[in-house]
Design a protein around this ligand. Structure first.
Ligand code: ADE
Length: 236
């Protein structure tokens, strides 16, 4: 069982992704517990203010440290497990499958989603938080990034997917893109399923898939082949 706490100004944004498919099943079966806490509940003034203008000037607003610290200290006490504290920010280290596998080994994650121009730097320093970005683009807030991380982590937990072998062949799990997949019908609009997949010869199928995965990776993502060590990130 992993516990994932999320500190956010928009807990409602999480409702739909968390109540469908794998994430829903994983929660229902006790593989993961996801707890959302609204940072705004920890604002101290009558306007429930959580952001303010940046010192030194500049556009936009910055998340104030007070409400985030108070929210964090409240959330921290909800479970004895200390947990890994993660700030979602485009300044963070880039999230990938290896990071998902790493996080899936933890007992507790505490994800903090920001809004506006970013966090007051004392939040990162004071909470000794790791920073993660889901890619080199700027989102309107950390919520979607937190959901991406939750989804990628939870599907790696034992029992989260129907078929235990599924994550093993995933794109990236061996450092390669996934091989092409086909299902019925055998011929669709003149396009035929490759004969090898109908041959029943599993050694031959494995060789074909490996070859296809390599070719695809070479063409689409040659950068992945620069890493000589295949990364083992399959299901725990
Ligand atoms: N918040 C805004 N943009 C983000 C990104 N790319 N990754 C994580 N959090 C973010």
């Amino acid at each position: 069982m992993i516990r994932i706490d999320v500190l956010t100004l928009f807990p409602e944004m999480f409702q739909s992704p968390l109540s469908h498919s794998i994430l829903k099943r994983a929660q229902d079966s006790g593989i993961v517990s996801i707890v959302l806490t609204n940072i705004r509940d920890f604002a101290t003034d009558a306007y429930k203010k959580v952001d303010d203008k940046p010192y030194g000037g500049g556009p936009g607003m910055v998340m104030m440290p007070g409400p985030v610290f108070d929210c964090f200290e409240h959330v921290e006490k909800l479970s004895p497990e200390k947990g890994r504290v993660i700030l979602l920010t485009p300044q963070g280290q880039k999230f990938d499958q290896a990071k998902a596998a790493d996080l899936s080994k933890e007992k507790r994650l505490i994800l903090i989603s920001g809004r506006y121009e970013g966090f007051d730097e004392r939040i990162r320093i004071g909470l000794d938080a790791e920073q993660i970005s889901i890619g080199d683009y700027v989102l309107s807030g950390g919520e979607l990034a937190a959901m991406v991380i939750i989804d990628a982590v939870v599907r790696l937990l034992a029992g989260a997917l129907g078929d235990q072998d599924s994550p093993k062949d995933d794109t990236f799990s061996e450092g390669l893109l996934e091989y092409p997949q086909y299902t019925r019908p055998e011929v669709f609009r003149g396009m035929k399923v490759p004969d090898v997949l109908l041959s029943g010869d599993h050694a031959k199928i494995d060789r074909w898939r490996r070859q296809q995965a390599l070719e695809r990776t070479k063409k689409q993502r040659p950068d992945l082949l620069k890493n000589p060590e295949p990364r083992k990130t399959a299901c725990l």
